[in-house]
Design a protein around this ligand. Sequence first.
Ligand SMILES: [Zn+2]
Length: 319
Amino acid sequence: MIFDNKRLQKKSGRNRLARILIILAILLLTVTINSNHKTSNMQMSSIKNLTNLFPKKTAPRTSGQEHKKNRAKSFIYLPSTHRSEQIPARKLEVPKAIPILMYHRINNTATFGNCVERNLTISVQTFTNQLNWFLSNGYHVVSLNEAFDALYLHKPLPIKPIVLTFDDGTADAYYNVYPILKKRGLTGTFFVKVKCVDSGDGLNWGKAVEMTNGGMQIESHTMTHIDLSLASSDELLYELQKSKNLLEKHLRQTVRFLAYPSGSFNDQVIAAAKRCGYSAALTTEPGLCRPGDNPFKLKRIRISRGQDLGSLSSLLNCN
Ligand SMILES: [Zn+2]
């Protein structure tokens, strides 16, 4: 019995020791967990402090509504009444130079006309590719009126302005150019040979009116496309004044610009154009237009068949 009692006491003592050890283990575990938690919090706090020292670059204008609001505010320029595919202009300035492009026919058929006419005909796809290139390279298509106001009245324009002009007023203008420009919210100026309106492959007055109502500008390319430098005073009056009057009568818009047929002019032609009330005239002389240039000798960049985008790009940046 004594032996059993001793064994029981010994066993009870071991159990107590085991319980103490378990309690100690639990306490140790709790302390360790708390310690780790504190360390973790401290680490988080330290990371936050470091983040504060090196704050992330915030993008305040990239969040939905605000971005839209700012875009709307910065969209200062619209070339026409239509929504434009152009990148909204964020900066306006009085331009140092403006390229005025001179197109003729935009047509997929290259088999008509003489070799000069064929050389001045580009396909609809080429024209579309050029427009895409202008827009993706930051050019802003402006009207001839806006370009004139910038050149001579110092009105600011979006950076990299460009003017599109189309000579002769064939039906291509209505069928192949107008829909492309209108769809993109762009504008162009069409110089019309007035005697050919309502005849042959020329525009008709209904289409011309529709184009002006759609944001296009239509101006004079004389009555019959004669060499103005060889014309008499009476012929000059007929070519310049009558074409202007007829256009204004049908389109109910002031005609301000003249494009010299084949780029041919002299001092008498300029004097006659001024007397007839034109504000400016466009030549075929290559180059950019700059403030201070003679408004009756505005240069243009001729767009020819086979012209690649590389050469066009260098022409836009020429001096
Ligand atoms: Zn012409």
